[in-house]
Design a protein around this ligand. Structure first.
Ligand code: F0G
Length: 477
């Protein structure tokens, strides 16, 4: 196992600004930052990174981070993650690994805003697909990868629906610091993502099963072989993912929006966002919280079921595990498997469930589920009114539309939808939506209950004749 001093649970003080702590208040075991824990050794619960902020160099106000931009010739300050290092100070500056992640964009999109029912100027889309590997994962991966290097790991592993694996594979290939071992469910990953893992040279293990099966296996294997695990049970991942919120605030000139809307899969993002805002509040850097909406795909809606239907809550850390166990048993008995076109969030056993419940508590959150039809319609709108995204990301836009219709979000609310992955991650879904080929539509979409493509932009077929081409253009434009 990869371990170092301070690996044993203790209630004793640690020696660094940063330390790890079990999220279960009845346990609260503490570990050194320079040790590896994807669960608490004492009670098995999730582990957080915590800080003694007064020993660090936290700015007095958020706009002090603007000065970091002027030093963007330094890789650390070029990075959209590490220029907020003072808010995730678990490593020394000279230990930081970066590939230039976090150069992402907050777009005000009135076209998509109109589609969801918001007043002009109120909807913002945060494009995390602009990261080097094409998804938000790079935000967290650079942090976990940095920690893996601090621990002198030679191999790193993850289970993935495709984006985590693409990100890990990229950090390995671009830095040459370690070997990636990735576990994916057979036939469960889009070609864009699979091609990245293969091209970046990752050892790619296809398991006869889905993401939930792969997740169980990768935990066992990494434990057995002493491979560093970078799934979001790794608390350092979430430290990097906090910075998505810092960049949103920065783009809004440090004004807190009313809502953050995010797709929910393994629930790392939502957990990280809650932690980011809780810490900013604790540090006096913001004076109010935005609300959080986590959007499940209807075919992978465990969080929705537990939070909205069965009333499971954070409850100060004393989460009632009974409804969770009973729902898991129900899924096992009935052989229920996650199933959605949004393959990135095709997950029924989210590993960060408890941390997400904490985030929902901190940010007065809600959870909704949306159908594949709603996801693809919303995705087509993002493409037509913005820079495009992959299906899972569009769940945030579909969810916002639903919450507007329900009146939970007001037309004048300022809403930020996090678009987690790049359009090109899953061209199969996009082409099937816009296709004129009924067979392709049926095969990819109708099989999942998608009935129609109301926002399709269909290609027109013309003979290779000048007159015909001119006529067609005049007819359609
Ligand atoms: N959107 C995209 C594009 C994703 O790839 C993922 C997760 C999510 C949303 C859900 O985020 O887990 O933080 O709730 N993808 C993981 C993967 C599971 O393996 O790439 P979450």
């Amino acid at each position: 196992m990869l371990q170092s001093a301070g690996t044993t649970a203790s209630s004793q003080p640690h020696t660094d600004i940063a330390f790890q702590r079990c999220i279960n208040p009845a346990c609260a075991a503490v570990y050194e930052a320079r040790s590896v824990h994807t669960s608490c050794e004492r009670c098995g619960d999730l582990v957080d990174i915590d800080y003694e902020w007064d020993r660090g160099a936290v700015p007095k106000s958020l706009d002090e981070f603007e000065a970091m931009w002027s030093r963007r010739y330094e890789p650390m300050r070029f990075s959209g993650v590490w220029r907020f290092h003072e808010l995730l100070p678990f490593c020394r500056p000279d230990e930081i690994v970066t590939v230039g992640e976090g150069q992402t964009l907050l777009q005000q999109s009135d076209a998509v805003g109109k589609f969801v029912g918001l007043d002009a100027g109120r909807l913002h889309l945060q494009y995390e697909g602009m990261n080097p590997s094409g998804s938000f994962k790079d935000n967290g991966m650079c942090a976990a990868f940095t920690h893996a290097c601090m621990m002198e790991a030679k191999r790193a592993a993850c289970a993935s629906t495709g984006n985590t694996s693409a990100s890990l594979a990229l950090y390995c290939s671009a830095t040459q610091k370690m070997k990636a071992v990735i576990f994916i469910g057979s036939g469960k990953i889009s070609y864009g993502k699979l091609s990245q893992a293969l091209d970046y040279g990752a050892l790619t293990v296809q398991i006869a099963g889905d993401f939930d099966d792969a997740m169980i296996r990768v935990k066992q294997i990494s434990e057995q072989l002493g491979i560093y695990l970078v799934n979001s049970v790794n608390p350092f991942r979430l430290e990097g993912q906090k910075t998505i919120m810092f960049r949103i605030l920065e783009a809004l000139r440090w004004e807190v929006p009313d809502w953050i809307v995010v797709p929910g899969g393994n629930l790392g993002n939502s957990s990280a966002f809650g932690k980011a805002f809780a810490e900013l509040k604790q540090l006096g850097l913001i004076d109010r919280m935005p609300r959080l909406a986590v959007i499940n795909a209807a075919g992978a809606d465990t969080l929705y079921e537990l939070y909205e239907r069965r009333g499971v809550r954070w409850n100060g850390g004393h989460v009632d595990m009974e409804p969770i166990r009973s729902y898991n048993d129900h899924m096992d008995r009935e052989g229920i498997k996650a199933d959605t076109i949004a393959s990135a969030i095709e997950i029924n056993r989210p590993v960060n469930l408890k941390k997400c419940l904490r985030a929902l508590d901190t940010m007065d959150g809600v959870v909704r589920q949306v159908s594949d039809q709603e996801i693809l319609d919303a995705k087509a709108q993002v493409g037509a009114g913005g820079f495009g995204c992959e299906p899972a990301s569009a769940a945030s836009v579909a969810g916002t539309r639903l919450l507007r219709r329900e009146g939970v979000i007001a037309p004048s609310d300022r809403v930020v939808c996090v678009l987690t992955g790049h359009e090109l991650k899953d061209p199969t879904a996009t082409v099937a939506y816009h296709t004129t080929d009924q067979e392709v539509f049926n095969d990819v979409l109708a099989s999942r209950g998608v009935q129609k493509a109301s926002h399709a932009n269909r290609a027109i077929a013309v003979p290779n004749e000048l007159d015909d081409i001119v006529k067609a253009i005049q007819l359609y434009s």
